[in-house]
Design a protein around this ligand. Structure first.
Ligand code: MG
Length: 307
């Protein structure tokens, strides 16, 4: 009988291959208001993440610890990297998705749809064909806590795809209450999107929906999983196809068939996570005022194709 530390909750024996009984849940940084949008830079051995209400992007590395990557950041939220390793950011302040070029210049990828300003881009992924997919809920314009209060100009809270060749922005899903985190399966034939609408409306189910992907087209395949504590926000997938989702009580790990395998219990509400570390076997968890780190047995699918 394996004795597990209190921060690991096993729901299925398969979870034992993905965690370790000696793993520690380390709080590596704290002092934030709402930590979000972690992204791993293997080429710099550091993780960047947002502290949204304080308008700053932070940097943490094993060697150098915590520092401010950018201040007065304009309410950055989710981050990812493209195949060239460039940073892609969602910004509530400017209500856009921006790419940071290797020379530091910013290129706006999307800020309007059908001539109207976006709500407040929340989270973003890049597919292998170079398309940028992002969610556009209203959290950043509901008040002045994590953006600038404004009435929405969009008729819906869309999920968008930006074409890599033409730059055209197209709504690919439009029936979410509040779409939030999104992530592809390792083969990119499936896209998972978090519904976080229960944040403001109890009647909205806290679910992760799944869509088949055919180029630029999505086909709704229904509910992948339901979050039984809080709601899903940011998510990542490992190379085995397991989906790791944020939740109020920690990180929930689901098998590719949607079975809840287990949880990493975290003492603060989790907003997002990413894989990283020198050997790839670390998960960085942004959870309200802190960032946590823990060993995981699998590797992030995203890191497999990014620097
Ligand atoms: Mg989010």
């Amino acid at each position: 009988m394996i004795t597990l530390p209190p921060h690991l909750e096993v729901r299925d024996p398969r979870f034992l291959d993905l965690v370790h009984p000696m793993s520690q849940l380390e709080r590596i940084a704290t002092g934030f208001t709402w930590a979000e949008g972690p992204v791993w830079f293997g080429d710099h051995q550091c993780v960047l993440f947002s502290d949204i209400p304080n308008q700053r992007v932070m940097r943490w590395s094993e060697a150098e610890g915590l520092s401010t990557y950018s201040a007065a950041s304009g309410f950055h939220n989710g981050h990812t990297r493209d195949a060239q390793g460039r940073l892609i950011s969602c910004r509530h302040g400017a209500r856009d998705v921006v790419r940071t070029e290797t020379n530091g210049a910013g290129t706006v990828i999307a800020d309007r749809y059908e001539g109207k300003r976006l709500n407040s881009p929340n989270d973003v992924v890049v597919s292998r064909d170079g398309a940028v997919w992002f969610t556009d809920p209203t959290y950043g314009i509901l008040g002045n806590f994590e953006g600038y209060q404004a009435p929405p100009e969009q008729a819906a809270r869309h999920v968008f795809r930006v074409d890599p060749a033409t730059g055209e922005i197209r709504a690919v899903v439009s029936d979410f209450t509040q779409p939030n985190g999104l992530v592809f399966s390792p083969d990119e034939r499936r896209l998972y999107i978090a519904e976080s609408g229960s944040s403001h409306d109890d009647s909205v189910p806290a679910v992760i929906r799944q869509f088949d992907v055919d180029g630029a087209t999505l086909t709704d395949r229904g509910i992948f999983a339901t979050i039984d504590c809080g709601l899903p926000d940011g998510m990542r997938v490992d190379t085995l196809g397991n989906l790791w989702s944020s939740a109020a009580d920690g990180v929930h790990c689901f098998a590719p068939d949607g079975t809840l395998l287990g949880k990493i219990l975290v003492p603060e509400t989790v907003a997002n996570l990413c894989f990283g570390g020198a050997d790839g076997h670390r998960m960085f968890i942004t959870a309200t005022t802190s960032v946590y780190r823990i060993f995981v047995g699998s590797l992030g699918a995203e890191n497999w194709t990014r620097p």
